[in-house]
Design a protein around this ligand. Structure first.
Ligand SMILES: O=C(O)CCC(=O)C(=O)O
Ligand SMILES: [Mn+2]
Length: 200
């Protein structure tokens, strides 16, 4: 994996973690077989649909907190479980859950945020596998605005690892684009601490 040097965080990218052909096959299978839903969040007192589809899978007993709700995970899809094992080998970390986002076209996006929920622990290792349409992935420092913004193009089959202090010091986003775009599925493997497991 290639390290991308940035201050106060660790980023590593494997552009061809899985082949383009395998990534296309996996995209097709997940597109049709997963239990996609469009979550709603409260914004300025109104319920609004988030601009993408999602699903969340994990080990039994793992809960997923979203906008004040605590949701059960779906069981692992066998293809995701198989790819998770390869992600664990390459990253040297184990994961018990995955958040899966489906960007249907260029209007679907993810706004600036950090993966800093308390249940992810102190310096979470997050492994992000992208399938389908290549999309821009941006990072900007949360405090020091003189540090340049980082931009990566996440191709189909690429694996990005975010680790160290990254979530404390950086926000990331997948911006909208007006260019015609095919669908993209992104899987972020995480270790979620629940009340049943020990916090690090
Ligand atoms: O789609 C991506 O590349 C990013 C997804 C993400 O940031 C997240 O799931 O928290
Ligand atoms: Mn994120």
């Amino acid at each position: 994996m290639t390290g991308i040097p940035i201050p106060q965080g660790e980023l590593r990218l494997e552009p061809e973690f899985i082949s383009a052909a395998e990534a296309a096959q996996l995209f097709q299978a997940l597109d049709t077989e997963l239990n996609w839903h469009q979550a709603e969040i409260r914004m300025f007192g109104r319920m609004v649909k988030i601009p993408r589809l999602q699903c969340f899978q994990g080990d039994p007993g793992i809960h997923y907190r979203y906008s004040g709700l605590s949701l059960q995970t779906d069981p692992w899809h066998p293809l995701i479980q198989a790819v998770k094992q390869r992600v664990e080998m390459v990253s040297g970390h184990s994961f018990n859950s995955v958040l899966i986002n489906y960007y249907r076209d260029g209007k679907d996006s993810m706004g600036w945020h950090s993966d800093d929920e308390p249940e992810l622990g102190r310096n979470p290792v997050i492994a992000s596998l992208s399938l389908g349409q290549a999309r821009r992935f941006l990072l900007r420092h949360r405090v020091n605005k003189t540090i340049p913004q980082q931009e990566l193009l996440l191709n189909s089959g690429s694996l990005l690892i975010m680790a160290g202090q990254l979530q404390h010091y950086w926000h990331h986003s997948v911006p909208k684009t007006s260019r015609p775009q095919e669908g993209r599925i992104n899987l972020t493997f995480r270790h979620t601490f629940t009340t049943d497991t020990q916090m690090e």
